[in-house]
Design a protein. Structure first.
Ligand code: EPU
Length: 429
């Protein structure tokens, strides 16, 4: 298992290029199952979860080819036939987003078999609403031997109201409804930019979707979908993580290839905490935008509550907590999306942070001097928060289980090294 060794205390200075959004790329890849034609996706991040999704599609019988940075990180997918529409436990347990194949498979092939994901480090994370929604569209759903079995001759459009806002649930049903008979209306849908990006891809494939990015999405089903080419949006969480890295090290970073409109809540909270963020000249004229971040004053405590988009993202909570350890005063963090997303707090405390967790609320008292320590990553964003803390700490830290960070950050150590961090990967075979 790989580890990171980090020598803290160096301000980060320079430019970092942000990759495509993992959480937009995963549903876009699943969408390729909706057509026999070729779907070409650009700006695919080279992260572990994308490799897992590709293995899943390959195993089911799809063809895929991935080209590197020079070709725009281009992934071509073609699912002519899917002999076995099964997402096996071995892959689903590695990545819950595998469940995104459920809607497309039932809609196009009339049958899907997807392992139930089971427990997760950050909360229970059931998929009951994905299943309820598919039933509403006429699928027969049963659970057998740990697998969801869903069958339907042809799905039929209907109105479905989500009791809880769910990102992948909205994506799954949007994809299923794209090939259903008639009109589907999804109410209380998730508003995340990744939903809009998926709808844009599906519409390029010939779907008829309006309202993505609002709480009510209307999908008029079509009988078949075609191939398409699509650029994945920039990763707003990777962007936020590097904004926090600039701030926590007292450095100054310019982030290229970002979409500042997707980071309004994060930028506003960082401003409250004393981090100055502003638009910068993009390196490639005409390309995506750039954002610049630096600490404008000593860090100030600021309370934060995670919310669905456009609120402050739960996927930035752990990184914000690391930053709050350096702020003057007490920051109250309230996690409303997942019930168990504070495992990083205990590890941060091992580095000297003063954090009290009580249920969904955490109080971080700062500033505290962080000192390097051996710590363990528990999930993707928790590991990002430990990297941030280690960058700000005195002395050396060793972060174990960095496979978690590889799931969603592309060679983060290389990007950090280029802007002055002392970080190395220790590979153990
Ligand atoms: N929920 C239900 N029933 C369902 C679905 C969800 O009760 O059928 C609950 C969940 O338990 C949770 C809440 O609804 O309490 C929101 O979960 P959601 O379904 O929105 O999460 P998700 O779709 O499984 C995506 C991201 C996560 C991100 C969340 C919240 C992808 C592939 N994953 O997960 O990303 O934290 O939305 O924004 O898009 C990450 O990248 O680190 C990550 C965990």
């Amino acid at each position: 298992m790989d580890k990171f060794r980090i020598e803290g205390g160096r301000p980060l200075e320079g430019r970092v290029t942000i990759g495509g959004a993992k959480n937009a790329a995963l549903p876009a890849m699943a969408a390729a199952l909706l057509t026999a034609k070729r779907v070409v996706l650009r700006n695919i991040p080279r992260v572990r979860d994308i490799i897992t999704m590709r293995s899943l599609l390959d195993e089911m019988g799809a063809d895929s080819s991935l080209k590197g940075e020079k070709q725009g990180n281009r992934l071509a997918l073609q699912a002519r036939k899917i002999p076995d529409p099964t997402a096996p436990y071995e892959l689903v347990k590695q990545m819950r987003a595998s469940v995104l194949v459920l809607g497309p498979l039932v809609a196009r092939f009339g049958h899907a078999r997807v392992s139930l994901p089971g427990g997760c480090a950050i909360g229970a994370r059931p998929i009951n609403l994905h299943l309820k929604g598919l039933e509403r569209l006429g699928a027969k759903v049963s659970i057998e031997h740990g697998y969801v079995e869903a069958r339907a001759d042809r799905l039929k459009g209907d109105v479905f109201h989500f009791d809880t806002i769910t990102v992948t649930g909205t994506e799954n049903l949007m994809m299923a409804a794209a090939l259903a008979d008639g009109v589907t209306v999804l109410e209380n849908a998730a508003l995340e930019p990744e939903i809009e990006d998926l709808a844009a891809l599906l519409n390029k494939m010939g779907a008829d979707i309006t309202g993505a990015g609002t709480p009510t999405i209307r999908i008029r089903g079509v009988s078949r979908l075609e191939g398409a080419e699509h650029n994945i949006i920039p990763d707003r969480i990777e962007t936020g993580t590097f904004l926090a890295a600039a701030a926590i090290t007292g450095g100054h970073l310019i982030l290229d290839c970002v979409e500042p409109r997707h980071l309004t809540a994060v930028v506003a909270k960082l401003a409250e905490a004393g981090v100055e963020t502003r638009a910068a000249a993009a390196r490639n004229t005409g390309g995506p935008e750039a954002l610049e971040a630096k600490m404008s004053s000593p860090g100030r405590a600021a309370d934060v509550t995670t919310q669905e988009y456009p609120g402050f993202p739960t996927d930035m909570q752990a990184q914000y907590m690391a930053l709050a350890t350096q702020a003057h005063g007490s920051s109250v963090i309230t996690e409303t999306i997942f019930e168990n997303r504070y495992l990083h707090a205990l590890e941060l405390a091992r580095m000297g942070a003063d954090i009290t967790v009580d249920g969904r609320r955490a109080v971080v008292r700062g500033p505290t001097r962080l000192s390097g320590a051996n710590v363990q990553a528990s999930d993707l964003r928790a590991s990002a928060s430990l990297v941030l803390a280690a960058l700000a700490a005195d002395g050396e830290s060793v972060i174990d289980r960095v496979y978690h960070i590889d799931r969603g950050y592309e060679r983060i150590e290389d990007k950090l090294k280029r802007v002055g961090a002392r970080i190395e990967r220790i590979s153990e075979v």
